[in-house]
Design a protein around this ligand. Structure first.
Ligand SMILES: Nc1ncnc2c1ncn2[C@@H]1O[C@H](COP(=O)(O)OP(=O)(O)OP(=O)(O)O)[C@@H](O)[C@H]1O
Ligand SMILES: O=C(O)[C@H](O)[C@@H](O)[C@H](O)[C@H](O)CO
Length: 203
């Protein structure tokens, strides 16, 4: 039966759908979880989707390759598709453009928040969290693999060397902006230290 109690008109604004990306130790889990809480949407951490073999490989100091990441990315793309309507925040390294394209498949309105910082800052963060499966020795390969946000990828680059609550506010401001049109050209700052607002132009 149709809902006659609702006034006719366009649906309300869609709830945010965001990917928080970056190298290991950039703060994806911390910022992503806080962002999801503030936005009132579900959160998923891509590390929880890795098969045991991937975790074992990284723990042994061997970087993942494209083949290791492919089935994992497919699971994550499914999660995003399931949250395309209701919104959600996924924290995932998503180091390559091709990985992000795969994640956007079926979740075209996805906005990307790239947490970028210097190897020195991120290495300090990694060193301050002993017990994590990811060895510090893999940080160099993470940076070597990283492809920053490219023109046409809707999103923003945030400087990790800011307090978590500041980063969350910056991400919320991005998500509150006009709906992104995937594939449209956007200017992405190549210097991750560019001061806020340094977001891709989504107009
Ligand atoms: N903006 C920040 N300022 C200070 N410390 C931070 C900030 N963001 C995260 N941290 C700290 O840095 C460490 C790494 O953060 P976090 O685990 O969220 O990174 P990550 O990118 O999810 O890492 P991984 O992918 O390797 O699990 C944690 O100890 C976290 O508390
Ligand atoms: O694509 C990758 O190489 C992985 O996702 C890594 O980035 C780690 O899982 C993560 O950062 C935990 O340290």
């Amino acid at each position: 039966m149709p809902d006659t109690t609702r006034p006719p008109g366009p649906p309300g604004p869609a709830r945010p759908l965001a990917l928080v990306m970056g190298v290991s130790g950039s703060g994806k889990s911390t910022v992503g979880a806080a962002l999801a809480r503030r936005a009132g949407v579900p959160f998923a951490d891509a590390d929880d989707f890795h098969p045991a073999a991937n975790i074992a490989k990284m723990a042994a100091g061997i970087p993942l390759d494209d083949a290791d990441r492919a089935p994992w990315l497919d699971l994550l793309a499914s999660w995003l598709r399931e949250h395309e309507v209701g919104g959600g925040v996924l924290s995932c390294s998503a180091l390559k453009r091709s990985y992000r394209d795969r994640l956007r498949d079926g979740a075209g309105r996805l906005l990307v928040v790239h947490l970028a910082g210097s190897p020195a800052v991120i290495a300090r963060r990694q060193a301050a969290r002993p017990g994590h499966f990811m060895p510090a020795s893999l940080l160099a390969s993470q940076f070597a693999t990283l492809e920053p946000l490219a023109p046409g990828e809707p999103g923003a680059v945030l400087d990790v060397d800011r307090p978590v609550d500041v980063l969350v506010e910056q991400a919320l401001a991005l998500l509150a902006g006009p709906v992104a049109t995937p594939g449209r050209p956007c200017a992405t700052p190549s210097d991750p230290t560019t001061p806020w607002p340094a977001r891709a132009d989504r107009s």
